[in-house]
Write a protein that binds this ligand. Structure first.
Ligand code: PA5
Length: 457
């Protein structure tokens, strides 16, 4: 459910949108829909197009996942950006919050799960100190097969595994990369690593529902079939529905576009569920990397994009919400909530307590959380601040699949409304190339020289 009451004009908030504002965008949205369908028909909107193919690949992927889950105690993803945030977000959303701390039989004898994305040497070493390499499977995920961070970690782990596991080191590495390109592929082929393919047309941040995320999810016991079923259902709905009030991606993108036009340069994504905290990281990458663009499609300099901010309810009610309510009116806030938590926690009654605390007794933590969320909505509305809410019935694989697709489609629609390419990331590539230069990769000498002259070395 998308509850957008807080975005609209009301008795308490005269600054909201009117229905006509949304309807006024309909022709632009129809044009966006036509363009996106044309892109899909020409085989280029892979995040949507590939879903049935991924479903067909599940038996092989799940068979491998079951096989390795029975063999290994630990499973570590080595990847960064789009090759790390999706696996992390889905695992945290759907598994026990303290999954790694559970006893093996409490997590259905599936391996513990870790993601090494950043290259902080201390964290890297310290994880090595707590994991026995002989009992660990590493999934190296890199679409380009070139990313310095991932490749560096891979080289260290490979060396380490050779040392501890001898000849069988290759059984501890599974590679997820492009079918044809990149430096990881020839190494994987030569050394005999198990391999999964990232379909060539798909960008990292849109790749969660490919083997990038599906393998990690399946190894950790998540029902990947349901994840894809939810995604397919949302995908179908968005492709087949017309009209801003019926099509969820049109509605979400219209609200985002109008808010951006009204000067809301910041988009706050605020789950009220701890398990969805890393979903905010995933969203932030999707929104920032897809929509932050210097040029539009005609080559005109535009400098577009809305800055994503990650927040967590209720924690950030005690920090950032002050700014949202009383600071600059440049933010639009999206809450992400549940109708029902998978568990409940009562608060004890104690009639000996002072009356001002007694009111909590007999209630539940979720009642308190829902009340705080509602009160925050109200306070923001009174302050004239716009907010909306995505409500999931519960944290299930089906609903998470739907959520991922909704946000991916909304981003694609925003790309059309902005008339930019939402699927490239030249700003990120520039940084990657600079790193190659500074680290001495052949072919990047000019980049190194340019940075030296700029004075950064
Ligand atoms: O969305 C993207 O394209 C990026 O965030 C990439 O996922 C990230 O840079 C990692 O790239 P790769 O998977 O090629 O190692």
């Amino acid at each position: 459910i998308i509850d957008y009451t807080g975005m609209m004009v009301s008795e308490q908030n005269s600054k909201g949108f009117a229905k006509e504002d949304l309807l006024g965008l309909q022709s632009k949205l129809d044009e966006a829909q036509t363009n996106l369908h044309a892109l899909r028909d020409s085989g280029k909107l892979d995040f949507s197009l590939l879903l049935p193919e991924m479903l067909a690949q599940l038996p092989e992927l799940c068979a491998y996942a079951d096989e390795v889950a029975a063999k290994f105690e630990n499973f570590v993803v080595l990847g960064i950006g789009g090759s790390a945030l999706g696996p992390l977000a889905v695992q945290q959303a759907l598994n026990h919050y303290y999954y790694n701390e559970l006893l093996p039989d409490q997590r259905s004898n599936r391996p513990r799960f870790y993601v090494l994305d950043n290259i902080d040497p201390v964290r890297f070493k310290e994880l090595g100190q707590v994991l026995d390499p002989r009992k660990t499977l590493y999934n190296v995920i890199s679409k380009s097969g070139n990313t310095s961070e991932t490749m560096a970690q891979f080289l260290i782990v490979r060396d380490y595994l050779r040392h501890f596991c001898g000849e069988s080191y290759a059984d501890h590495i599974v590679v997820t990369t492009d079918q044809q390109k990149g430096n990881l592929l020839p190494i994987a082929l030569k050394e005999g690593f198990k391999r999964f393919v990232i379909p060539s047309g798909i960008g990292g941040r849109f790749s969660e529902l490919t083997p990038v995320g599906l393998l990690a999810a399946a190894i950790c016991g998540i029902d990947v079939e349901q994840l894809l079923a939810g995604a397919l259902e949302m995908d179908r709905r968005i492709r087949e529905t017309k009209g801003v009030f019926a099509n969820p991606a049109q509605l979400k993108s219209a609200l985002s576009y109008l808010s951006w036009q009204k000067g809301k340069k910041i988009s706050v994504f605020m789950p009220y569920v701890d398990g969805l905290k890393t979903m905010a990281d995933w969203y932030a990458q999707l929104w920032a990397e897809s929509l932050g663009k210097r040029y539009d499609r005609t080559g005109k300099a535009v400098s577009l994009g809305q800055t994503p901010v990650k927040a967590l309810g209720v924690t950030d009610q005690h920090s950032q919400v002050q700014l949202y309510a009383e600071g600059p009116d440049d933010k639009v806030i999206t809450f992400l909530t549940l109708e029902e938590f998978k568990d409940t926690q009562g608060i004890p009654v104690d009639s000996a307590l002072p009356e001002d605390i007694q009111f909590l007794g007999g209630k539940t933590l979720e009642e308190l959380l829902f009340a705080e969320q509602k009160a925050t909505e109200y306070a923001l509305t009174l302050a004239g601040r716009q907010h909306q809410k995505i409500i999931l019935s519960a944290l299930t694989p089906f609903n998470i699949g739907q959520l991922l697709l909704l946000l991916e489609w909304e981003t694609a629609y925003m790309g059309e409304l902005f008339n930019i390419n939402a699927f490239d990331q030249p700003g990120v590539e520039e940084g990657k190339n600079g790193t190659y230069g500074l680290m001495g990769r052949a072919g990047y000498e000019a980049k190194k020289q340019a940075i030296k002259e700029f004075g950064q070395e």
